[in-house]
Design a protein around this ligand. Structure first.
Ligand SMILES: O=C(O)C(=O)C[C@]1(C(=O)O)C=C[C@@H](O)C=C1
Length: 291
């Protein structure tokens, strides 16, 4: 049995997305309250792998989670892209008032940010309470047992906590996707993917004009596509950065190790954060989200 740590409680987008791709009796899902706990569950051996949301279409990279990956030792074992479809969830409202009774929304900051236009249009005066996940907001609303509070979360969570969907699919952008990664010391058995990626952390030598240009050339002339490049501070000295690079292709290919060797020969430090399958969501397939 493979134990998978995810941001809980039951019904988060993390869980919904992981179960969509890894729906198998041999996986046991274990909830944790914070992403740092999700990560550390695998570091300490309580779980085999952990699910980490790493990037969102609207907000970009989740910097804290990227840093967690860089500071720790766990390797990326897989990634997947999944739509974050948020809903307004709570107790049944009086028909005549619409949503006017709602005074407070409880959710994670990321989900509230994804529904800003809806909230401005329908609940301009509402107050916010921030919690550690969408499902935690839904759980809190259930606990408070008041029609004056509502949560933003998944249909899975509404079902889990026996609450009403007051408004469905309230996300501002229809192409609101989150990229998740599975991290661990080893890979559980995974499906074959259409695409493989390798994530590298490259630190340039100091005072080397054109170093980044040469790093990029090592990929370019081998026709290795880079799907992401981002600089993050090393946190060791002001003005020093490493580059977080997602390259398309596996470390098992001939070209990838050759590109890495070339980059190292330039005097760069290269750390491999993982070489893994990349799964994509079929956009037509939302049936599993219906309740
Ligand atoms: O709160 C959740 O449901 C999560 O799985 C976390 C998380 C995130 O932090 O990025 C994941 C995707 C959603 O878009 C919103 C929140």
């Amino acid at each position: 049995m493979t134990k998978i740590a995810f941001l809980g409680p039951e019904g988060t987008v993390s869980q919904e997305s992981a179960q969509y791709f890894f729906n198998n009796e041999s996986y046991e899902y274990i909830p944790y309250s914070f992403i740092s706990d999700v990560y550390n569950a695998t570091v300490s051996g309580h779980t085999d792998v952990s699910v980490i949301p790493i990037e969102n279409t609207i907000d970009g990279s989740v910097k804290l989670h990227v840093d967690q990956l860089v500071l720790g030792d766990l390797q990326i074992q897989a990634e997947w892209i999944y739509p974050s479809i948020q809903n307004l969830i709570g107790f049944k409202q009086p028909q005549e008032n619409g949503l006017a009774e709602i005074e407070k929304i409880i959710s994670i900051d990321v989900a509230i940010a994804q529904c800003r236009n809806f909230l401005q249009a329908h609940l301009p005066e509402v107050k916010f309470e921030f919690v550690s996940s969408t499902a935690e907001g839904v759980r809190r609303v259930r606990e408070l047992a008041s029609p004056a509070v509502a949560a933003i979360g998944t249909k899975l969570a509404a079902k889990q906590y026996g609450l009403e969907l007051l408004a469905s699919n309230i996300t501002d952008h229809q192409n609101n996707f989150t990229r998740f990664i599975l991290v661990g010391n080893s890979s559980p058995p995974l499906k074959v993917a259409n695409k493989y990626k390798t994530t590298l952390l490259v630190t340039l030598p100091e005072d080397y004009p054109g170093a980044l240009h040469q790093v990029l050339s090592a990929f370019a002339w081998r026709r290795i596509n880079l799907s992401k490049i981002e600089s993050r501070p090393t946190k060791l000295k002001l003005g020093t950065y490493y580059f977080y690079i997602d390259a398309e292709g596996s470390l098992d290919s001939v070209l990838m190790p050759a590109a890495i060797e070339e980059i190292e020969a330039l005097g760069c430090q290269v750390r491999i954060l993982g070489s893994y399958p990349s799964y994509n969501y079929e956009t037509s397939d939302t049936a599993h989200m219906e309740v």
